[in-house]
Design a protein around this ligand. Structure first.
Ligand SMILES: [Zn+2]
Length: 264
């Protein structure tokens, strides 16, 4: 950048865009799995029905000023709202710093928005909506066709490697445990991730999500009576965490593996 301060201004704009998209994702996370329109009606307090004015809907800031409560009735606003906004802004910044002003950045912004929405929807309701993953697969393939972060063939292979491996594990799991181990939503989510990151990295996601899922299951099994009863933990959030880990550290992990385990 030649103009002094331009970098700072662009960074601030990207952060603001991330916050705004995060604010929209809060609407998606609440309304999409409940089959409600994303556009109408305007947001209102679930406690007293008071419409939320635009100046009470400024990402992060409103939550801090209102101290996490509705001004009308004092109903607590979930800390998920500012968390989603903050998280989205951070992801937008990180992808911008990595890919600059490019097709890849726009694509990975879309990717991270999908991941944030899936993470919180699956965590709350154990659902991964097709309305996110199917357009996500198309977007991943389209991005590979026009961008230069991944070639198109790898993107196609990624879809099959992601979807296929989870289909196989789900099938094996249902044979072994006589119950559904992985839902169709997980399979489509893995296919979507494959479209963005290709077959090698989706394999890493596969390994890390399984390890993460196993570790967390052991802990949750020890502390939650509800989990001991139901034996159900959404798998989507582990896939999301593993995918972000692989997107940011995939190359380091692959290099490390070759240094330590390849036969020279
Ligand atoms: Zn209220």
């Amino acid at each position: 950048m030649d103009i002094p301060g331009a970098g700072t201004i662009i960074t601030a704009l990207v952060a603001a865009l991330g916050l705004a998209v995060g604010s929209f994702l809060n609407v998606v996370i609440y309304r999409l799995p409940r089959n409600k329109s994303l556009v109408t009606p305007r947001s209102s307090c679930p406690g007293c029905g008071t419409l939320i004015r635009w100046y009470q809907n400024v990402p992060l800031l409103s939550y801090v000023i209102l101290r996490g409560r509705c001004r009308g009735c004092g109903t607590r606003i979930s800390p998920r709202y500012p968390l989603v906004e903050l998280l989205t802004a951070v992801l937008f910044l990180v992808f911008f710093w990595r890919y600059g002003i490019s097709v890849a950045t726009a694509g990975f912004w879309f990717f991270s928005a999908c991941l944030v929405a899936v993470f919180f929807i699956d965590l709350e309701l154990t659902i991964i909506p097709d309305k996110i993953t199917l357009p996500g697969i198309a977007m991943g393939l389209g991005l590979a066709a026009v961008g230069d972060h991944l070639d198109f063939v790898s993107s196609v292979l990624g879809v099959f490697a992601g979807g296929g491996s989870f289909l196989l594990v789900g099938w094996l799991g249902s044979k072994l445990f006589k119950k559904e181990a992985l839902g169709g939503g997980d399979i489509k989510l893995a296919a979507m991730m494959g479209a963005f990151i290709g077959p090698v990295r989706i394999f890493l996601v596969f390994v890390f999500s399984a390890v993460l899922g196993l570790l967390v299951s052991v802990v949750v099994l020890a502390i939650s009576a509800r989990f001991r009863r139901e034996r159900m933990l959404p798998f989507g959030p582990f896939l999301v965490l593993a995918a972000l880990l692989v997107v940011f550290y995939g190359q380091e992990l692959i290099d490390w593996y070759w240094r330590h385990f390849s036969i020279h």
